[in-house]
Design a protein around this ligand. Structure first.
Ligand SMILES: Nc1ncnc2c1ncn2[C@@H]1O[C@H](COP(=O)(O)OP(=O)(O)OP(=O)(O)O)[C@@H](O)[C@H]1O
Length: 274
């Protein structure tokens, strides 16, 4: 059974893409089949995996979403690229901006991405969706398609207002479109342990939101090597395998696997008790 996880935060630059790459490849290194979906018009995930001109790719997520909206046939593996470190990628690019606009007038506008994911997910253990830094239609589509959400939060600023808004949006999607949607947790990224600021943010997050969402035990440290990785087209495990960021992403992958295992067991028990 596959798990679909959206990496979402409407604030830009919080580590969504870096986490998608290194969680995805981390899960693949543990023997899982993983599809990464670039649902951000900036195409940063696509770029980070070595496809440096996402806008020139002949087929991308926008291509298949357009076909779904137009009720045209498409092949389930259409446009999917294979990365050397064992993950698949459905690339994204600037064409997704036009999709956001046309979705507004489309029937079932919140579930077009879910329709796509449902046709491919059975081939994978994990599907990770890298969301745009907004709460627009593409992010709503990602939340409608997902089983759960991971919220990367940059440890540099107090996320209070944005966090409340994001949690409200997730709750609304759960009520109106996707009742099975859960929050896996908040991941603190770019933590600079030399300052007290990161500790303060971590404390405030746990104090104000700890009863509503898990804050992952693992914190991703601020690391120049992690920042450099995106230009290399590879993961932190390939670029700097012994560094602090690689170790943190390994520990984070383990936490995500444990959550997945617990949820699978729960689903199995519910299924048996029916
Ligand atoms: N642990 C880290 N240490 C230092 N720099 C990092 C770290 N993680 C990510 N970065 C850098 O921070 C920037 C933002 O990260 P990233 O692109 O992953 O965020 P994002 O949330 O996907 O951004 P956007 O909202 O624009 O899609 C990038 O330049 C990235 O290389």
């Amino acid at each position: 059974m596959s798990r679909v996880i959206a990496l979402a935060n409407q604030k830009g630059g919080t580590g969504k893409t870096t986490t998608a790459v290194n969680l995805g490849i981390g899960l693949a290194k543990q023997g899982n089949k993983v599809l990464l979906v670039d649902a951000d018009a900036q195409g940063n995930l696509t770029d980070s995996l070595g496809y440096q001109e996402p806008d020139n790719l002949p087929i991308s997520l926008a291509t298949v979403l357009t076909k779904i909206m137009m009720e045209e046939p498409y092949e389930p593996d259409e446009g999917i690229l294979h990365h050397a470190e064992g993950v698949d990628l459905m690339p994204g690019n600037i064409e997704l901006s036009a999709i956001e606009v046309s979705l507004v007038n489309t029937m079932s506008r919140e579930t077009i991405l879910r329709t796509y994911i449902n046709t491919v997910k059975d081939k994978y253990d994990y599907v990770l969706i890298d969301c745009m830094p907004s709460l627009g239609m593409m992010t709503i589509n990602a939340l409608a398609a997902a089983d759960s959400v991971i919220i990367p939060v940059q440890a540099h600023y107090l996320p209070a207002k944005g966090m409340t808004q994001l949690l409200q949006t997730i709750a609304r999607v759960r009520r109106q479109i996707n009742p099975r949607l859960t929050i896996d947790g908040v991941l603190l990224t770019m933590v600079d342990n030399r300052t007290n600021f990161a500790k303060d943010i971590s404390f405030v997050l746990r104090r104000d939101y700890g009863d509503k969402v898990r804050v992952f035990q693992t914190e991703i440290p601020l690391s120049i090597r992690a920042a450099e990785t995106s230009a290399q087209g590879k993961s932190i495990y390939a670029f700097d395998p012994h560094g602090i960021a690689a170790k943190a992403y390994q520990a984070f992958t383990k936490e995500v696997l444990e959550i997945g295992e617990k949820q699978r067991k729960r689903q199995h028990q519910t299924h048996l008790s029916r």
